[in-house]
Write a protein of this length. Structure first.
Lengths: 249, 249
């Protein structure tokens, strides 16, 4: 028997209850674009990112904390908020030392589920911070659930691809007895030479949606590795760069 | 805009509520081994197969109908039942003109969900009856949901592979705006030269489980195309060979 910790992939929030989160680190994955934007904002010096599930709550917290509010509905900045979901909206000149309150539906819901289930640790992952996530998971040597935020519970390609990228890097150090992880790995193996081309060819539904909004640049950025290589960890309602928090101690 | 009917893949019963079944044909897929065994029993002349979700109900109906009872729990024939889940237990000499009451957990649960959601038509699919399923779906020209029975709601490779096989044959006649279908297609494309080898290499969890029970022959049969090319359709609580029922009219 292997003593390696386990690694599972949950392809949708509607499947995450199948995995034992209470003894696991969960990586929340919402590649297009929430977790890519979270990594980018923290990389560019945001003090923290507060993920919320509704526009109302976003406005409320924004006022309370004098924070930047952001979120989209149907591809447009949601009414009452100031900014959108694009990582390009959060350069250092703008976001440094600020708090960002971000409303995202899929990722935030999954995060709250993970909280309720008592996950040992909650971090967010995207290609923008792939190495930071993998290094951390290796160092922790704990059970892992790779939690795809998906789209309204429907499995999507890009989140599964990121799960596959993590497994390609660190899978051999874990016990992977999980067909969803095998599927993610196979997808990534097929796609890794050209992630953008892969999503295009498969006519991935979210790729399609964002392309229709003229967001090719966003997609390409969100598929690039280590552009914002921080480790967002959820602590007391906020995502903070765990490595920076450690340095500041 | 395309006027083609839609095709979606539900990778787990826990995801099937995301799709509009009320206007769709659903194909219940439980490759290892329930839907392969159902096709085989009907191909070999069983009058009908009655899927039930518990051993108790199986025993009860078996007595009531003087039917053959079958089902396994943890790889063994369940206590009180006569037969197991292997397609090889149902040759013509044995099953012809008999009624088979089969208890399967994953597939039956999905079937009952489809019933509750008012699916237009419920059929079962497996590699053993791939052509019959595809021919029927093409002829009907209705919306389709390929419903993987999975394993206790966990996505599995073999059911996704079968969905991919169906899409490879008939996908171009449908509107496929569904990442799960794209994933299934990619898996099948990767695997089609050697399905058994593919499951082995991926160490698919269910492959692994059955191999441990010494059931390689079952797996190989369940991955072979058109060995029992009938069309099991669920009508009034029973799965009957729809093509034979049509002839007998």
């Amino acid at each position: 028997m292997s003593n390696k910790p386990s690694l599972h992939t949950s392809l949708s929030p509607a499947l995450v209850h199948l995995y034992d989160l209470s003894n696991s680190i969960i990586v929340i994955i919402d590649v297009l674009r929430a977790t890519s934007t979270i990594a980018t904002a923290l990389y560019n010096g945001a003090r923290c990112v507060i993920p919320v599930d509704s526009v109302t709550r976003c406005i409320e917290l924004g006022k309370q904390l004098s924070a930047v509010t952001a979120g989209e509905r149907d591809g447009k900045i949601a009414e009452g908020l100031e900014h959108g979901n694009s990582p390009f909206e959060y350069p250092r000149e703008f976001i440094e030392n600020k708090t960002l309150v971000l409303t995202t539906t899929n990722g935030t819901r999954l995060l709250h589920m993970a909280l309720e289930k008592g996950a040992t640790e909650i971090i967010t992952g995207s290609f923008a911070n792939l190495s930071a996530v993998c290094d951390h998971l290796l160092a922790m040597n704990r059970n892992i659930v790779l939690g795809c935020a998906a789209w309204k519970d429907r499995v999507n390609l890009e989140d599964a691809l990121f799960a596959g990228a993590v497994i390609a890097r660190i899978g051999k150090h874990f016990t992977v007895n999980c067909d969803s992880s095998q599927i993610a790995s196979l997808l990534f193996r097929e796609a890794k030479g050209d992630l953008f081309g892969f999503l295009k060819k498969a006519d991935a539904s979210h790729y399609h949606r964002l392309m229709n909004f003229g967001l090719e640049k966003d997609i390409r950025y969100c598929l690039s590795e280590d552009e914002a290589n921080v480790l967002p960890r959820y602590v007391d309602g906020k995502l903070v760069d765990a490595n920076r928090a450690e340095e500041e101690k």
